[in-house]
Design a protein around this ligand. Structure first.
Ligand code: ZN
Length: 268
């Protein structure tokens, strides 16, 4: 049996040019990544995500507004546009990238709370999982996830870099933890992986063009999922094939929420 394909559960590949994306995808296939979830960060990028997911069978879409991209309170027009992207294209399957981001230059917290709550509301109404972002805001993120009953649709905390206590709190609500390249260098994350159930793990690269890295071959791409899975296999002491299969089904089952048409064949 061939190894199960990998699903990169969170990227921003809409930011590549059409020509470059073709090469990015070719490299991903070569390394065993069959599927890429491309997430928007605002309404303009949602349009690009929607186009890619409708035209490319290996790309699925995440539609949502990132907390860093909020200019003002999320409007009724924006909300109805988000709904439209889901109702017009069934390959948009997660509400993403949404969440809270409390850096010094981040938008006003009131605006962020409101947008996060409203987008969880969209996810609940459509029965779509969420992929959420949380930076310097884990307490507030967990509070909102609970108050808005986001666990009823499930999903994942993306780019997980936190500690075991947080990992346990998130997974006990029923969310997956999505691990990315920090796992390759962060020893604390290794101990999180050791101490959580394999059931709770999915992978992502969060990849987007990285012009600040001079050497093009160092840009993070979906193909790097292989490095992350290999590392998880080493930490967990499992055969690579078993880990591939497990992570595939963790991701598939999470994505299938509300997508009754979705079959494993869409990813193989
Ligand atoms: Zn992202």
């Amino acid at each position: 049996m061939n190894t199960f394909p990998m699903i990169d559960s969170h990227t921003h590949v809409y930011s590549y040019s059409e020509n470059e994306l073709k090469h990015v995808m070719d490299r991903a296939f070569k390394y065993g990544v069959s599927t890429i979830i491309d997430s928007s960060v605002d309404i303009a990028s949602a349009q690009k995500v929607d186009k890619l997911s409708s035209e490319n069978k290996n790309i699925f879409g995440g539609i949502g507004i990132h907390p860093q991209n909020l200019k003002a309170t999320i409007s009724k027009k924006e909300i109805s546009e988000i709904y439209n992207y889901f109702s017009n294209n069934k390959k948009n399957i997660v509400v993403s990238e949404i969440g809270l981001d409390f850096q010094s230059n981040s938008p006003d917290r009131i605006i962020q709370y409101d947008a996060f709550r409203k987008q969880i509301g969209i996810a609940r109404e459509l029965n779509k999982p969420i992929i959420f972002h949380s930076r310097n805001s884990i307490k507030e993120t967990i509070k909102i996830l609970k108050e808005e009953r986001a666990f009823e649709v499930g999903g994942a905390m993306h780019y997980f870099q936190s500690n075991l206590n947080i990992a346990n709190e998130i997974t006990h609500m029923g969310f997956k933890l999505s691990f990315a390249k920090p796992l390759l260098r962060n020893i604390n994350l290794e101990s999180v992986i050791k101490n959580i159930s394999l059931e709770d793990i999915i992978i992502e690269t969060d990849s987007a063009p990285q012009p600040f890295k001079k050497n093009r071959s160092n840009w993070t791409e979906p193909k790097d999922c292989k490095l992350i899975v290999d590392k998880i296999a080493r930490i967990k002491g499992y055969q690579k094939d078993a880990i591939h299969q497990k992570i595939f089904f963790n991701t598939f089952n999470m994505l299938k929420n509300g997508s009754r048409w979705l079959e494993t064949s869409h990813f193989m």
